[in-house]
Design a protein around this ligand. Sequence first.
Ligand SMILES: NC(=O)c1ccc[n+]([C@@H]2O[C@H](COP(=O)([O-])OP(=O)(O)OC[C@H]3O[C@@H](n4cnc5c(N)ncnc54)[C@H](OP(=O)(O)O)[C@@H]3O)[C@@H](O)[C@H]2O)c1
Length: 312
Amino acid sequence: MQLNKKSKIFIAGHKGMVGSSIVRHFKKRGYKNLFFINRKSLDLIDQKKTYLSIKKIRPDFVIIAAAKVGGISINNDQKGKFIYENIMIQTNLIHSSFLAGVKKLIFLGSSCIYPKHSKQPIKEEYLMTGKLEETNDSYAIAKIAGFKMCEAYNKQYKTNYICLMPPNLYGPNDNYNLKTSHFFPALIAKTHQALRNKTKMIKIWGDGTPKRELMYVDDLADACEFFLKKKTNHSLINIGSGEEKSILGYCKFIIKKLNTSLKITFDKKKPNGTPRKKLDTSLAQKYGWKSKYNLNKGFDLTYKDYIKKIKS
Ligand SMILES: NC(=O)c1ccc[n+]([C@@H]2O[C@H](COP(=O)([O-])OP(=O)(O)OC[C@H]3O[C@@H](n4cnc5c(N)ncnc54)[C@H](OP(=O)(O)O)[C@@H]3O)[C@@H](O)[C@H]2O)c1
């Protein structure tokens, strides 16, 4: 079935940063039949309830934006939860979708599941060619299992389940809790707090050298629509912005954007994580997709949302 404005689309994780962006995007583009269920009514770890809910909706398309997600600290501290919850959520959703006759589904991986010391830029074929970053190996193993499940179902059952691999994301509705957040929202929150508290100093984790590719979340929502529409014969597709800086570079960028000057210090006892994870997006480009937001524009939209969030 071709994606059209009347297609029934089930979005799992619609309240998260990515899920809410996908809902905004599809609503704006005029899709009329979007389905989502609140976590209180459906815990996606529950296999039977997940199956019954999907069977009742009978969606044409499914997008999986539900997952247990977080930055380096919580990934490292809650390895058990990360592997269990992610494997359960994705397995329940992928298998229930298959049983309900869903032919096309999008699952989300992440650049952080490629090998820690992968060749750069990272091509899809480098997955599982080396050791994982130890602070997020539980999350990575779960996500690799999700991709492998999509690939296996495509081979055995002739489905078209695609795993999109985005880099670090940021945007409206991000998580700014310093204990659980990713590096970029943490840098925004720390810089804002330093300004508010007039401390004139900001401390960042590690030595600031790791490089990160960052993509505005609405680009991912756009890619979800694009690849639901597109006939593809790949189960794994990298998507990215090409925008890359060191952690220190991003910190300086935010300080400059907020028109201030802060002393940057380093907490070198904290882990650096993977040194670099720049995605090779030539496959996505061959299909005709490319990112639309640059960091400057994405940051302005994100910071506006952050200020609204902390004021409410
Ligand atoms: N953020 C990034 O930088 C990034 C980068 C690459 C890939 N991704 C991928 O993008 C996807 C979404 O990430 P995100 O940043 O949007 O995370 P998020 O903001 O934490 O959103 C995750 C969503 O999943 C829901 N969820 C978690 N466990 C659930 C359960 N047991 N039952 C029902 N719902 C559950 C959460 O519900 P509640 O709101 O009720 O908790 C939330 O709505 C993930 O697959 C992630 O791997 C994210």
